[in-house]
Ligand binder design. Structure first.
Ligand SMILES: Nc1nc2c(ncn2[C@@H]2O[C@H](COP(=O)(O)OP(=O)(O)OP(=O)(O)O)[C@@H](O)[C@H]2O)c(=O)[nH]1
Ligand SMILES: [Mg+2]
Length: 271
């Protein structure tokens, strides 16, 4: 039986779909926030115009934070711009990858590197200002294993989006929620704060997604581990500079992933 419970506030839902408000907290919350090390992981591909203002905004708005850019050898020279910043400011690090392999692969490399660098909290965000640097403080203020900046909880919004885009995003999210049973409202969002203890449990090297389906696969892994997940409202606006890397193939990967994670087949228990 599936327990229906809204997930606007912190709720734990384990692999058997049982709602539990406390149990996993003691296991997963072993690293607490306080003055912990926070690393903001930002994947970049052709974001030359955005990286500098993004780094400045992140470092200005959040204390005690480092930025790990993950660049896939961007043809526009983004990697060199980051290297120049990194040579002047030790809070900025660039992980260079040889070629474009998708957002998911870039994030996995970035998360593994951030853990190696000693991160207690890992923020993931886009480099195009759709995710607002000032909201990082709101994400890290929450006490949960995974905090999601959500367009679809009360107070969240997508200003400037045309009806068609709103519809596709909402319908896609609904489909994924129905297929997987996950009680997260913004299943495809990419602005999140992960607690180290949770990331260490997610078997990152075996994440299958190459592209944007990474978002739903990771949510699902966290949820099946019984993590505490909280959604807080954000306004998500369209990028001002540069171009979108989303393609039809990416949408198809997400649909395939929703089937792969389907609650209607082989609901696998995890310890
Ligand atoms: N390293 C790396 N970064 C990527 C790749 N694909 C996308 N990105 C980055 O991931 C972030 C999100 O990509 P966007 O193209 O903005 O996609 P989106 O924000 O989901 O969609 P839009 O609303 O259309 O902008 C940006 O910072 C991109 O530069 C990739 O293959 N490798
Ligand atoms: Mg974007």
């Amino acid at each position: 039986m599936y327990v229906r419970k809204e997930c606007v506030s912190t709720v734990t839902i384990n692999q058997n779909n049982e709602v539990n408000n406390n149990a996993s907290t003691t296991i997963l919350n072993s690293h607490c926030c306080g003055d912990s090390q926070i690393i903001v992981v930002i994947p970049t591909y052709d974001e030359r115009e955005n990286v500098k203002p993004m780094a400045e905004a992140v470092l200005e708005t959040t204390k005690n934070v480092r930025i790990l850019f993950v660049d896939d050898n961007s043809p526009d020279g983004t990697g060199e711009v980051i290297d120049e910043m990194a040579s002047k400011d030790e809070r900025i690090v660039c992980l260079h990858r040889q070629k474009k392999e998708g957002l998911g692969r870039a994030y996995i490399s970035g998360f593994l590197k951030a853990l190696e660098m000693g991160a207690e909290r890992v923020i993931q965000m886009d480099c195009d200002f759709s995710h607002k640097p000032a909201d990082i403080n709101r994400l890290i203020a929450e006490d949960a294993d995974l905090v999601i900046g959500s367009r679809y909880v009360k107070g969240g919004s997508t200003p400037g989006w045309p009806f068609k885009r709103r519809f596709i995003s909402r319908a896609g999210g609904l489909f994924i929620r129905l297929m997987t049973g996950i009680k997260v409202k913004d299943v495809t969002g990419g602005f999140k704060c992960w607690r180290r203890g949770l990331l260490e449990k997610l078997d990152l090297k075996n994440v299958a997604s190459a592209g944007y389906s990474f978002q739903l696969e990771m949510n699902n892994r966290a949820w099946r581990k019984g993590a505490t997940i909280k959604e807080i409202p954000i306004a998500f606006s369209d990028r001002q500079r540069g171009y979108s890397k989303i393609s039809g193939a990416i949408a198809i990967e997400s649909i395939k992933m929703a089937f792969a994670l389907s609650r209607f087949k082989n609901y696998k228990k995890e310890g």
